[in-house]
Design a protein around this ligand. Structure first.
Ligand code: SAM
Length: 308
């Protein structure tokens, strides 16, 4: 039986609401710049690489005519990828209402949108998805890109997230996502001198408030990524805890790779290799810098299958 999550957070209501609000404000405040402006970004190659990696994940697991739920959809930056995957139905949810408006607008301006899409502003880690999606809607796939780690603020939030991922996912359906790799982050921090609370390079920094305790939930750090994220509170996802919790919700781990490994594998495949050029990860005038490449490896990609 799938455990029913509680709607109350284990941290104080004010504390957790403040953090969720802080995250929402942070993403709402980021402008949706056009393609040309995006090319001027200092992390243009890294952004292209992250987009390529999501295309690989979607390309591997999405099937034509899939019904997809995108939790933490943001400004809808993956809509074109879903369109290429020929899905038939899409629901996107995000706590940042301005991002949801932008995602809706992006969908509206897509040329002949090949699938039906709906967007909802909601806190996916504090309220059940059935508040906005009719309970009889069934998904073939759920995607959570660069956003699941915000739910690891408390166990209650992580459980609500998993409830939302699985409650309307069909048996055999797939759950894909990308998260920071806590193991890599902590290992890197511990390789620094004992008094250091921060790791990073010219484009990113990860700053902890303490380094003597890493709990399964609520281990906060501050993340800065040049031209993308200005010091936003995030939480470590202890992968064995995540996997164990996911199993309680009927999910079986089928894929778990660091971004560098995904690159090494997928770039050997002709189609994904061509995509590296088409998506500007590599071009005649350059590729990722050493600092971009290190920042790329903060993340890992995963896939789970819902048991039959
Ligand atoms: N998935 C998109 C992408 O890959 O471009 C957006 C990723 S952005 C780094 C993280 C997203 O998670 C933000 O849009 C943020 O608003 C969303 N998010 C954070 N906490 C959330 C919550 N409690 N419920 C829903 N969305 C949340």
């Amino acid at each position: 039986p799938v455990p029913t999550p509680t709607t109350t957070s284990t941290s104080t209501a004010t504390g957790s609401e403040t953090n969720a609000a802080q995250v929402a404000d942070h993403y709402n405040a980021r402008p949706d710049v056009g393609v040309e402006k995006r090319k001027e970004s200092t992390i243009f190659r890294l952004k292209s690489f992250n987009n390529w990696l999501k295309s690989v994940l979607i390309g591997r697991y999405a099937r034509p005519r899939d019904r997809v739920l995108d939790v933490g959809v943001g400004k809808g930056g993956d809509l074109l990828k879903w369109s290429k995957a020929k899905i038939q139905f899409f629901i996107g949810c995000d706590i940042a209402s301005k991002s949801i408006e932008q995602a809706r607008e992006r969908y509206r301006t897509m040329r002949n949108p090949p699938f039906e899409a709906h967007f909802h502003a909601m806190d996916c880690y504090s309220e059940p998805i059935s508040n906005v999606v009719a309970p009889d809607v069934v998904f073939d796939m759920v995607s959570m890109q660069f956003c699941l780690h915000y739910s690891f603020e408390t166990e209650a939030k992580a459980r609500m997230m998993l409830h939302n991922v699985t409650s309307q996912l069909k048996p055999g359906g797939v759950f894909i996502g990308t998260i920071p790799d806590a193991y890599w982050i902590v290992k890197k921090l511990k390789s620094e001198s004992d008094d250091k609370l921060e790791i990073g390079n010219s484009i990113y920094s990860i700053r902890f408030e303490r380094r003597d305790r890493f709990d399964k939930f609520g281990t906060k750090y501050w993340f800065h990524l040049e031209d993308a994220i200005d010091d936003c509170p995030e939480y470590l996802v202890h992968f064995p805890t995540f996997q164990k919790l996911a199993e309680e919700y009927g999910l079986e781990l089928i894929y778990n790779k660091k971004f560098h490994q995904v690159y090494e594998e997928a770039s050997q495949e002709v189609d994904f290799n061509h995509l590296l050029y088409r998506m500007n990860v590599i071009s005649e005038d350059g590729h990722l810098s050493a600092d971009d490449w290190e920042a790329a490896n903060i993340y890992l990609a995963f896939a789970f299958k819902k048991k039959q």
